[in-house]
Design a protein around this ligand. Structure first.
Ligand SMILES: C[S@@+](CC[C@H](N)C(=O)[O-])C[C@H]1O[C@@H](n2cnc3c(N)ncnc32)[C@H](O)[C@@H]1O
Length: 366
């Protein structure tokens, strides 16, 4: 019988417990707090300009050990947490940061056993959080239109989970084309979109979601946020969306100098969430008047509060004012401008991506 203090062995242990083993990625912290990530291999050494450390001195040691290199420098050795791992793993595309992945898992209500759809896969950071949350009894269908990114993501996840996660299916191609081929209508509990133009996918997402299912989108700019919010309203099969961002500020803890850290990630992205209505149901009429100036016809007519977009909550809005695509809602941009560069993303060259893919998987498309 298994005692309560000894959890049952998992079918897929994912290197999370026990002594350090060959092939595991281990995080070393030096006396200055700098992090170094190594993959344990018998006979290998970790060199710095001040001495070296034998991997054999770590293999077989417990998590949280301190090891000393040939110059007498001590290193703290720990298994990386998922949040450490995603920040240090090789990236093809920008990753969802742990603070946002945590929000997504919680606010999209990702539960053990859930059927979840995700697009795009990018570097696989969010996929790993989703897999953790659904567990082996769930199913994560991840869609990615770039084969090289899909390969990088799979390699990253394989290294973290010490093998292919049994609940994960990665599908190549555009979500709009592939989702109807891969999942039955009204069979998906949750959808998470991290891509440039999530509004293009709303019809297929609505078909795939169960009534009451959650859609959450992660976007980097307010122009995308506005466009997807208007798209959700115009679709008619979703609840009124809610949007937010989270700002996390680390703290410096040194003697009496207890204060916020000087540096922080000022901006990562916005989240917007909505739920699928039952088939044939239309959303209840909104009883909230949009701020004057939030539509072109009202622009210029408002007070200073209106210009700031402050909503007075008076119940006299009409449906025509509240729904529908408009150029103002999309920031007046043409669709052809929705490129990573136009949205300010740093884009890696194809050459760098090919090199990364080769180093992770041993393959390249040339
Ligand atoms: C920012 S990355 C995703 C990062 C990922 N969430 C992570 O945490 O590592 C956006 C990805 O979406 C993919 N993408 C964009 N539109 C897509 C679509 N319609 N269908 C499938 N993939 C798409 C892009 O190729 C890109 O890899």
């Amino acid at each position: 019988m298994t005692s309560p203090a000894t959890p049952a062995p998992e079918a897929h242990p994912h290197h999370r417990r026990g002594l350090f083993e060959t092939g595991e990625r281990i995080q070393l912290t030096d006396p200055r707090g700098r992090l170094h990530t190594i993959t344990l291999e018998p006979g290998r050494e970790f060199h710095t300009h001040r001495g070296y450390l034998r991997h054999d001195d770590l293999i077989g040691r417990p998590d949280g050990s301190v090891v000393t290199n040939t110059a007498g420098i001590e290193y703290l050795a720990l298994r990386p947490l998922l949040s450490d791992y995603v920040m240090s793993m090789p990236r093809g595309a920008a990753v969802v940061y742990p603070k946002d992945a945590g929000q997504i898992v919680q606010m999209a209500d990702i539960f053990p056993g859930a059927v979840v759809v995700e697009a795009g896969v990018g570097s696989g950071a969010l996929s790993m959080s989703l897999l953790r949350a659904i567990g082996e009894s769930g199913r994560l269908h991840s869609f990615e239109r770039r084969e090289d990114f899909a390969e990088i993501a799979k390699a990253n996840a394989r290294a973290f989970f010490a093998g292919d996660h049994p609940a994960w299916s990665v599908h190549l191609g555009d979500l709009v084309d592939r989702l109807p081929e891969e999942v039955e209508q009204s069979s998906v509990d949750r959808v998470v979109l991290d891509m440039l133009a999530p509004w293009e996918c709303l019809d297929v997402v609505a078909d795939a979601l169960i009534p009451g299912g959650v859609l959450i989108c992660y976007v980097a700019t307010t122009t995308q946020l506005s466009r997807v919010a208007e798209g959700i309203r115009a679709h008619g099969g979703f609840t009124e969306p809610t949007a937010w961002e989270s700002i996390v500020r680390g703290w410096h803890l040194e003697g009496l100098a207890v204060r916020p850290q000087h540096r922080m990630h000022g901006h990562t992205g916005f989240l917007i969430s909505t739920r699928r209505l039952a088939p044939g149901v239309t959303p209840p009429e909104r009883k909230r008047r949009p701020a004057k100036g939030s539509r072109p016809e009202a622009a210029g007519a408002g007070s200073s509060d209106d210009r700031l977009g402050i909503d007075d909550g008076i119940a006299d809005g009409t449906e025509s004012e509240l729904t529908g695509e408009s150029t103002a809602a999309s920031g007046g941009f043409d669709d052809t401008e929705w490129t990573p560069e136009a949205l300010g993303e740093r884009v890696k060259s194809d050459k760098r991506i090919r090199r990364l893919r080769r180093s992770l998987t041993g393959t390249s498309d040339g």
